[in-house]
Each structure stands twice: as structure tokens, then as C-alpha cells.
Design a protein around this ligand. Sequence first.
Ligand SMILES: [Zn+2]
Ligand SMILES: [Zn+2]
Length: 287
Amino acid sequence: MLLDYHMHLQPDGVEYRERQEGTWGAHGGPLSVDWMARYVERARSRAITEIAITEHVYRFAEVRDWHDDAFWREEATADADAYVQAVLDAKAAGLPVLLGVEMDWLPHRQEEIARFLEGRPFDVVLGSVHWLGALPVDNPGMPPMATNPPDEVWGRYLDELVAAARSGLYDVLAHPDLPKVFGHHAPPSAVERFDEVIAAIAATGVAIECSSAGLRKPVRELYPEPSLLQRFRAAGVPVTLASDAHRPEEVGEGFPTAVAAIRGAGYETLTRFSGRVQEQVPVVSWG
Ligand SMILES: [Zn+2]
Ligand SMILES: [Zn+2]
């Protein structure tokens, strides 16, 4: 079966959301069952049978104090429990949706992260390294390599990725080679650490996602790129499929490429979650 385990009900950024409001407004708002049904409809049209809604944790007012950055604070306006209830309502209405969250890795907030997760009935928790301290990894308005050497950005990123895996807070590591987003591929100093990083991740049992979102970004590649995916497979790291859609039309986008990479890497199964417990299900492609 095909799954899409990473998507958002709204675009990022106040300005973009204001521009899109009309789209979901007609359906009763971004938390309405009707709006989530649009995501399911698009999933089904692409042979995907189950989706996980994984809103950014930084959208929630409850976590406003976790980071000092202006973007983080500006985004933290939504109600986490209203979001949880909305996805549970969609489930109860019979839609094949899972309750997820894209949880930023903030090493100094591990207790708060654990508390946030414990109190809510999530099916799947994505771990994302979007921040290296105050430095954003994938903010197009502030590309990290514009002000920092690639060796340093990649080195710090890999350290944080391993720390996130080892924290035990996450089920899946999202977009594992994210620093390449604007086209800065891993320098030799990072490439020579890949085996050690992958072994450290494998030892924790956490899954990684194969994400088609990179195909829409300046780098125009899957996360992780196929040869890296193959190394994760060789180390025994489980995989999920993800589009990182921010609107219904993007659900399952680029999946033919992602599924080809997953199969080419030697994976025969995808990781499915329910109540944060994983099982392996056969990958089924079109045809
Ligand atoms: Zn992300
Ligand atoms: Zn995302």
C-alpha cells in the first residue's frame, strides 16, 4: 500500500495563509472534515490509501516560548487541542487519516517536547531539524550557507540529526538531508561522516522518510537522494513515504520518483503507524 505521512493543512507564513484563505474557507476552514477530505480525495487519485496530517508544532500558541526567533513567534497562533480534535473528528467520520505532528528538534526543549507529545493521542511524530540554534536550515529568506561555511552547517546539522534520533522523541526523521535544499550538496567533510551517522540512526530504531518535497525545492532532488537512501536501507533503517504537501494538490506529488527510489534502494516494505506503534507493509506501486 502507498502512504503519505507528511502534510500540512495550510501554507507556512502569515502572508501566504492570508492569500490561501479563500481556498479552505469555502470548505469550512482548514480544520474542517471537508478540507481534510480534499487531501484524502487527492491521495486516492494517486493510489494512496492512508495519509498522516502532520502540522508544524510551531503553529501552536502552546509552544510560542520554545524559540526566540521572530518567524517562530509570529507563526505560533493556532490551538493545538483544536487541531488534535479536528483530525480525530475526520478519523471518526471515516477518513483514512492519522494524527501526526512535525515536531522540531530543539535540544534545549526536550522536556517540553515530551510533555507536549505525552498528553495527546498522536499516531506518528516526525522529527525535523529546522534549526541549528538561532540559524534556520531551510528558510528561503535566510539561507544558512549565505552566512556560514557549508562544512560548518552540514557538520552541525548531522550532529543534531543524530541527537534527535537518540532522543527517543520521534518515530520518523523528516527530510534527512535538508541542508541541500538550496542546492548546497554535502561537502566531503559531511560525506565522510554519512556511514557513522546512518549507523547511529539505525541503532535507535527510528525510521526516515523518503520525501518528494525536495523535487519542488531549488535542489530538485528527493530527500534523501537515492544513493543515500540505499545506504539507510543497507543499515536496516525503516522508511516512510512523504510529500510534505501544504495544500491538497501536493499530496502524493512526485511519488512515482520516490517509489522508484525506495524500490531501487531495496526496500520491500513501508512503515505504517498507529498510536505510535509501527508495522511494515508491502510497497505496492501502480499497475
Ligand atoms: Zn520540515
Ligand atoms: Zn513539513
